[in-house]
Design a protein around this ligand. Structure first.
Ligand code: PLP
Length: 378
């Protein structure tokens, strides 16, 4: 973690080593079992993890189907294709999100239409969606960014009224619940990433699509495996986006810890909230308790880059999620937006900084970050 002649990092932004040290032996046994039985792709651990994750998300109002795929990006792509969305269709995506939210739409062949974010939560809201609607709109893609569930009721009501599909990007919100419902289970499909640093992370790439509709589930199962329903019978032109057994086995072990890890994230976030009180810092907007799993703890500060540099000088790593709204990336210049198109998303990208937060981080580090910020901002 030391950066050559630069200051040694005393508080890393994230450190995955602690978690894996604790689970090392259990993971080792699972991997060794799979080496012996050699069902490396879509084996029994994949089916078991799919079923356990579906049960974890269920809330007693109907079964959830879960289909493992190779990544969060693939989950978005294949969920849209399974729902029949593609060329000529428009999908509304927040301008303030990780690029994969938009790239998933592009992979489906549909057109990306951006919407500005809420000034307080920085999430997609129904007002933004309404401004982005056109006669070609076919779907809305709410992103539960930072681990906080979007305000879903008005978005779902609008979708019902207009006959639109809702595909949730829940890649940062494993286990977040709003009024008892889990992120990913509100709309027609929910998409998860198990990239290593997510709240539930594999030891490599992995993803999941969840849906209440058995037909959508079957369609995704075909698409992830070359469009086959029966081996060597290719009904539709699919792709290879299969989850492998080793990742699934590791995720089964980790799923059992997810609620405790999310609770620990909440404790640390609450500690930051108190410790940062009175500073010229905008803390995360208050959220219903279970609805936020604090994948990231994001504040807004004046002179963000100066503050980040000063923190790093004191050995504290931070992140920016994300430094550019979608329409500022070269990859999306063809969408035809310009500076000023989405002022709240642009302001967020200028002001935000993500402070260190992961379940194994000691309480005192929160206090250290807060007191360092207090000195810097004085
Ligand atoms: C991580 C992430 C993704 C993409 O997931 P991958 O598994 O990396 O493909 C998509 N959307 C959001 C919001 C993410 O944070």
């Amino acid at each position: 973690m030391s950066g050559g002649t630069a200051t040694r990092v005393q508080i890393p932004f994230v450190d995955l080593r602690v978690q894996h040290r604790e689970l090392h032996d259990e993971i080792g046994r699972a991997v060794s079992r799979i080496l012996d039985d050699t069902s490396f792709v879509l084996g029994s651990d994949v089916a078991a993890f799919e079923s356990e994750f579906a049960t974890y998300l269920a809330s007693g109002d109907g079964a959830i189907h879960a289909i493992g795929v190779a990544s969060g990006l693939d989950a978005l792509h294949l969920a849209l294709v399974a729902l029949g969305i593609g060329r000529g269709d428009e999908v509304i995506v927040p301008a303030h999100t990780f690029a994969a939210s938009a790239l998933g739409v592009r992979a489906s062949g549909a057109t990306i239409v951006l919407a500005d974010c809420d000034p307080h939560t920085m999430l997609l809201n129904v007002e933004g969606v309404k401004r982005a609607l056109t006669p070609r709109t076919r779907a809305i893609l709410p992103v539960h960014l930072y681990g906080r569930v979007c305000e879903m009721d008005p978005i779902l009501a609008l979708a019902r009224e207009r006959g639109l599909r809702v595909v949730e990007d829940a890649a940062q919100a494993h286990g977040a619940r709003l009024a008892g419902r889990a992120a990913g289970t509100f709309g027609d499909a929910g998409c998860f990433s198990f990239y290593p640093s997510k709240n539930l992370g594999a030891c490599g790439d992995a993803g999941m699509i969840v849906t209440r509709d058995p037909k959508t589930a079957e369609a995704v199962k075909r698409l992830r495996n070359y469009g086959q329903s029966v081996k060597y019978h290719h009904d539709v032109s699919g792709t290879n986006s299969r989850l492998d057994s080793i990742q699934a086995a590791i995720l089964r072990i980790k799923l059992r810890h997810l609620d405790a890890w999310n609770e620990r994230r909440r404790v640390l976030a609450a500690r930051y909230d108190r410790a940062l009180e009175g500073l010229p810092i905008e803390r995360p907007a208050p959220a219903p308790p279970a609805s936020h799993v604090h994948h990231l703890y994001v504040v807004r500060v004046p002179e963000r880059d100066r503050v980040r540099d000063a923190l790093l000088e004191q050995g504290i790593e931070t992140g920016v999620h994300y430094p550019k709204p979608i329409h500022f990336h070269g990859a999306f210049s063809d969408l035809g937006y310009r500076e000023g198109s989405f002022v709240e998303s642009e302001r967020a990208a200028r002001e935000i900084v993500s402070l260190p937060l992961y379940p194994e981080m000691p309480d005192e580090w929160v206090d250290d970050v807060a007191s360092t910020l207090r000195r810097i901002l004085r």
